[in-house]
Ligand binder design. Structure first.
Ligand code: PEP
Length: 256
């Protein structure tokens, strides 16, 4: 299985700044076998970056899209409009769930739309601090996982990536704290077990599970070596070129 290093730029960088940053990354990165580097720029920059990017080195992801393919949905952009520009799409990020009130039903429709359009969905799941404190982590992960995947056929499940992102560990969340490798190992193991129980071993073994939450160059090595973790989804640190490249180099070294 590949190692995925995914940077989510969120609502940061202008079109010009995004282009300068991508140029810097492309200059510093070499193609690496087994490593998939992905960046998710703001929607407005995606088209120009798709012309600039070298897809052998870096793939693009959408941060969000609407689940219908076309029609009278003023202000929305569909994944069928984005499909020639991106290879991946982040779905169900906690900021979409909690700020924009996306439900599992909305998320399920987006996962299905991405797959229908040949784009790999990166389905984010993770418990909040209070859900964790109330001992609800297992139930929340199960509900978000199957809430997002229940319309996906067994064959298409192999085209999905899961990102475990405990909301309490995301750097921009007030009072965020670092998740320990043990915390993550327990949840990632739960996710693998739930996938296996529902879809079988053969499918489960093909679904990458990433970790996201305050990853930086100093903790990335510890997170990348957790059994069952196949890569990282990175917010804040992906905006600092030196940090993002350091994490990619580390992932490369760990694979060799
Ligand atoms: C995120 O929001 O998906 C994320 C992982 O952010 P950060 O790395 O800044 O915690």
């Amino acid at each position: 299985m590949k190692t995925y290093i995914v940077g989510n730029w969120k609502m940061n960088l202008t079109v010009g700044e995004s282009s300068i940053y991508l140029h810097k990354l492309l200059k510093r990165l070499k193609q690496a076998r087994g490593l998939e580097v992905v960046v998710a720029p703001s929607l407005i920059a995606i088209q120009s970056l798709s012309l600039q990017v070298d897809r052998h080195k870096i793939k693009l992801a959408a941060q969000n899209f609407y689940h219908q393919d076309y029609g009278a949905y003023t202000g929305e952009v569909s994944i069928s409009q984005l499909r020639t520009l991106v290879d991946y799409a982040i779905v169900g990020h906690s900021e979409r769930r909690y700020i924009f009130k996306e439900t599992d039903k909305d998320i399920r429709a987006k996962v299905a739309a991405a797959i229908r359009n040949g784009v790999t969905p990166i389905l984010c799941i993770g418990e909040t601090a209070s859900e964790r404190d109330f001992g609800e982590t297992k139930d929340v992960l199960r509900d978000q996982l199957f809430g997002g995947l229940s319309d996906v056929s067994a064959e298409d499940l192999k085209k999905v990536i899961i990102a475990y992102e405990p909301v309490w560990a995301i750097s921009s969340v007030k009072g965020a704290r670092l998740a320990s490798p043990d915390d993550i190992a327990t949840s990632v193991d739960l996710i693998h077990k739930q996938l296996k129980a529902r879809f079988g071993k053969e499918v489960e073994e093909q679904i990458p599970v990433l970790y996201g939450g305050s990853v930086n160059p100093s903790n990335a090595g510890a997170y990348l070596t957790i059994p069952g973790v196949n890569g990282l989804l990175i917010g804040g640190s992906s905006l600092i070129a030196d940090h993002f490249v350091d994490i990619i180099d580390l992932a490369k070294r760990l694979r060799s």
